[in-house]
Structures are given as C-alpha cells and as structure tokens.
Design a protein around this ligand. Structure first.
Ligand SMILES: [Ca+2]
Length: 368
C-alpha cells in the first residue's frame, strides 16, 4: 500500500513535539509519508519554533533539511518556515509566563536552546535568528505537482495561518488535499483564553469583544481557521478537534503512570533502539509538560494527531459548518447547513493513551 502523504502545520510547543513522536513512528514504519512540516507563529516565533523542532527531532533520531548532516538517522523530515501572521493580530500572544517556562524547561531537561533568548533575564533579545529553512511557498509548489491519485492529509496543531493563506494563494492546492484535521476552537465548553484584558497573559485589546472566550490556536488567527473550514466547499474532508474533545484527555501525573504501565509489555519485547529512544523522549516530554500540580493541562495535540492518524479512540462528532467568532470560539447558531465539517465532541481517554503507545511500537491494533 502506498503510504499516506501527510503535511503538518505546527507551532512547536511541547504538545506539538510529543505528538511528532507518533508521526515519526509512522514514518519510520512506512505507514505515512511526511512531505513537510510547516512551523507557524504560535507559541513562539517561526524561527524559534523551527529551532526547537529541529533540535527535538534530532533527539528522537530524525534528521531534518536544516541540519548540516543526517547523523546516520534512519528518517528525515523537511521543515518549512510558515507565512508571518497578519500584523493586526500581533497583540494576540500566548501568556509570556508560559512561553518563558517552556523555553527554560527545554534547556533544563534537554539542553535545547535558542540563540535570541537571555536565559538570565528571561527575555527575548532582538537578535534575528535564521535557520535557513525554506519558505512554505516551496512546499506548496511541491504539493501542486503531486498527482491527484494520492491526495494528502493535513494535520494542523497550531494557528493555521499558512494553510489558510496557501488555500487562497494557490487555488489548485485544494484539489490535492483529501482531508484536514485542526486542533482548534471550542463549541459548548469554555475557552482557554482570558475573557478580558489580562496582565498575566500580557493581553490588552483595543475593544472588548462580546464573545471573548476562545481557544488559543483559533484566537491567534480566527480568520485562518474560518478559511480552512470554508474549504469543505472544495470537497475536502474537514475535521475540527475543539476543546470539547480534548478536555476528555486531561494531563496529570496519573497520565504518566498510565502511559508507563501500558508501555511495559512493549518494552519487554521490543529491543529496537530507535523505538525505545523515541518512547523515552515521548514519555519524558509529556511528563515535562506538567509544570505545576494544579494547572489544567490536556493532551490537546495528541488527540488531534490520533484522530488524524485514523486511531480508533471512540470519538463522537456533530456535523455542520461552523462560523468562527473573532474570539476563536465556534458560534453556537451556525449549524443549519448540510455541510459535513466534523466537530469532534468526545474521545475515550484511556484508548487515546493505549493507541498512542501502540503507534509508537508499531502495533497495528491501534486501529481496532
Ligand atoms: Ca500546538
């Protein structure tokens, strides 16, 4: 069987990176063919995101196009720099305290650093970094030249700015895409963006919005998400994994223990050093995410990655064509259409953990 071609759009936070472990596993086992990973502005800047992604991929023994050599690693991913976010969205940022703690943990645990951050004052310094990653335009031209027979699957686990721009800039791209999976937005549940100006989040907005309680990926670029959803009109299968769904997958210290128990029999039988190294980084990065005991964390991108990879995690979805409000939240009264945009509303937590481990260890039971 021809491996499914996949393109990822990520924003390089810890959630993206441990989800990448599953993607790397499927590439290694020949199940998928990753033709590109695009880093978007989201958690950090595009260039910083590229550096974090490159360094983490090297830890799990995956080479990249921006490395100087392939280090003898068995697989290689091509990274691309996304399009910059529109300037009018510049005031929408992740809380500085989260970004700083992420940057510091990457150094502390993995010795992964970026050159334009002062680790003593905890401030970004204004020295431009350039990874020499090719621009996403290069990837879009490659996609345009693909045959229609094996249409690509797209997984977006960051604000989908480049994907949305690409759909407009290169209309032919739509005919090359089979499906899109986006971890974004919220429907019936509360968002994770502050409801008003927040000193903690470094959030000050010109005008208060009426419906101001979205999810971060959608909040960082609500118009991009809306554009992606509209491509349902081009015969693309659109799947939205909102907070309603990811809230079923809390990340606590119990989660780590459960993952370790599930992995035990695989570790007993599997002696492949590449796989074992991958598993160790996967579990340690998930663990590293738990910074404070009482913070509310979820396995956001892992849910989306599992659903996109066809892992059967017993989801329930509703159909409709959502309208995304300026806050990034799905507008409640927009389901009167016959469109088939799928909005996932639930997911079985324990199966998510089991299937993630099955994917890492190449146990095809993840689909049953
Ligand atoms: Ca992400």
């Amino acid at each position: 069987m021809t491996p499914q071609k996949i393109v990822l759009f990520i924003d390089a936070d810890k959630d993206d990176l441990y989800s990448l472990c599953l993607i790397a596993a499927q590439q290694y086992y020949g199940i998928i063919d990753v033709i590109g990973i695009v880093v978007e502005t989201g958690f950090v800047s595009i260039q910083d995101g590229l550096l974090f992604t490159q360094q983490f991929l090297n830890k799990i023994q995956v080479a990249t196009n921006i490395d100087n050599c392939n280090y003898g690693f068995p697989i290689k991913f091509n990274l691309y720099a996304g399009f910059p976010r529109p300037e009018y969205l510049d005031r929408r940022l992740f809380p500085k305290i989260w970004v700083n703690s992420f940057v510091n943990r990457m150094k502390e645990i993995y010795n992964i650093t970026i050159p334009n951050y002062d680790y003593i004052t905890n401030e970004f310094i204004d020295i431009p970094v350039n990874t020499n990653a090719p621009n996403v335009d290069i990837l879009f031209s490659e996609i345009m030249n693909l045959e229609n027979l094996n249409r690509i699957k797209i997984l977006a686990t960051g604000p989908p700015t480049s994907l949305a721009i690409g759909l407009d800039k290169y209309p032919i791209i739509s005919s090359k895409i089979k499906s899109i999976y986006c971890m974004a937005s919220n429907y019936l549940t509360k968002g994770n963006v502050p409801e008003q100006d927040s000193l903690y989040a470094g959030l000050t907005l010109h005008t208060p919005y009426l419906d101001f309680n979205g999810e971060y990926n959608a909040f960082l670029n609500p118009y991009a998400l809306q554009r992606v959803i509209l491509s349902v009109g081009n015969n693309i299968d659109i799947n939205i994994i909102p907070l309603d769904c990811t809230n079923y997958a809390p990340l606590t210290t119990d989660t780590i223990n459960e993952i370790k128990v599930i992995a035990q029999p695989y570790l007993y039988f599997n002696k492949n050093p590449w796989t074992i190294n991958l598993y160790n980084y996967f579990v340690s990065l998930v663990e590293t995410t738990i910074i404070t005991i009482n913070s509310t964390l979820y396995l956001w991108d892992l849910c989306a990655a599992n659903i996109a990879l066809g892992s059967d995690v017993e989801q329930f979805y509703i159909l409709g064509s959502p309208i995304i409000s300026v806050s990034g939240k799905i507008n409640l009264n927009t389901f009167n259409s016959n469109d088939r945009v799928k909005i996932y509303m639930s997911l079985k937590y324990i199966k998510l953990l089991i299937n993630s481990i099955r994917i890492i260890f190449n146990d095809s039971d993840y689909k049953t």
